[in-house]
Design a protein around this ligand. Sequence first.
Ligand code: M6R
Length: 609
Amino acid sequence: MCGIVGYIGKRDVAPLLLEGLQRLEYRGYDSAGIVITGKAAAGRPGTLKMVKAKGRVRELEAKVPKRFAGTTGIAHTRWATHGAPSDENAHPHMDAENKVAVVHNGIIDNASELRTRLTADGVVFLSETDTEVLTHLIARAQADTLEEKVREALRHVEGTYGIAVLHADFNDRIVVARNGSPVVLGIGEKEMFVASDVAALVAHTRQVVTLDDGEMATLKADDFRTYTTEGSTTTATPTTVEWEAESYDMGGHDTYMHKEISEQADAVDRVLRGRIDDRFSTVHLGGLNLDAREARGVRRIKILGCGTSYHAGQIGAQLIEELARIPADAEPASEFRYRNPVVDPDTLYVAVSQSGETYDVLAAVQELKRKGARVLGVVNVVGSAIAREADGGTYVHAGPEVCVVSTKCFTNTVVAFALLALHLGRIRDLSVADGKRIIDGLRRLPEQISEILAGEDEIKRLAAEYADAKSMMFIGRVRGYPVAREASLKLKEVSYIHAEAYPASELKHGPLALIEPAMPTVAIVPDDDLLEKNRAAMEEIKARSGRILAVAHQVQEKADHTIVVPKNENELDPILMGIPLQLFAYHTALAMGRDIDKPRNLAKSVTVE
Ligand code: M6R
């Protein structure tokens, strides 16, 4: 989704900002723009110079003139919400006098009402965007300082924003504000950065300050200060980003998706590291902020997430029920928050998110907190909004995930849920022997993942065999069902092949009507107590001449092909069974020539509704 990057210091700003925008490309966008303050003569205001382009950052770069010097600037990658992708709708937006420039992530809900009012006052709009409204409000504000002008403008605005503002008359500063869309300050030596994502900063500084909702900041070359939109000063202590700039690079792979799939053995090793307590056959999750007595009082667990994180939460709910015997279920956060949910004091809520910024999840957490619920976060990005909003939680330590299509983070999130389930189970009724069994299983995962990844060539061959399908069915039962749902999502988002996921038990209640030779089925067939039931479902498909690709612990006679995965403990099998299907989706998309890291219409972090 949209990306912001800004800089103030002594360096030539344009190349810095363009490089920052490139690092944000993974978030998905359709146009880009940059504005810088030209050199100001002593005592005279500077001028703003702007370039915008529909398309990729490289198209913007090609349009930037040779003489585009300056040491302060802001830039943006836009993902269209109000108005089609075009040069005019690209950010930054400036006022008629070219004094104010604004880049904005988020959505101004009352933009059309404000636009009507401003138009009646004689303002001429050059774009269809909601952001331009904000530019004119700032330009027309009567206050004396840029900070007050921005504050005055924001008072009229309803909606979400992460903004960065330049003003020709105040060219020693960048003013930024956050409400619902991430804004991170990067603290350098006599230079300051701002971005919507640390990925754009880490090549220059790892010292960052993440703004809270309702917070603003003024960045000058040699200092920064933070304050609320009401004007009271806030304290901001920089923290160090865990990841080096190289972690955001492709590392010799052709795509981030391939790199991230390949990293999973190490990533799982990382989420386990330092957490296992062999003495009590349990795990330590330091950040939960939930003592044993409180954990015993939990009557129900409700897990909330979107997309892949929701699917990881579904497996998490099963793990919690199996290991801790606490009733648990997962629900899309996007639906939960709109159905006026009954918030029960004995329910523990768990918000799951790779980015920690997904608006639907964040809004659900805020609604829950408002109603007095206890919310844990299972999050990848350290210091993200959901991590900070939650009462406690655990990081999944997957490392930076750049590809829009989530892979390693799914796996690590499920492992993090296994740890949570084990922790809760050992506080309640899970025996020492079962605790040890699960720990041994968890320790086997990295090696088993490497074993699966070593079979990539065979999976690639199978992908080529099924790549002609217009539509595919994914089935599984109980533990296998969320795996089927996630695998179906992977295939459709990266290859654009239509895919349906159903519980195998539901086939005969309707979807069996779709089965014919041109509609292959991927069946998740773990060696557990439902093996025979799964075989019966495959029988039903075969009887209708359907082709079957099974993911199983042993070759399945009824299937046309089987990807055999290593067996772990029954409860942990779903962690491994999804991995070959990530590779299957990847190679299918590759064979079809898809834009693997940036599938059409999708963004990495959905920070708007
Ligand atoms: O950052 P989050 O985990 O909160 O993101 C949630 C979904 O938008 C995300 O998982 C999405 O479904 C991915 N494209 C899946 O690959």
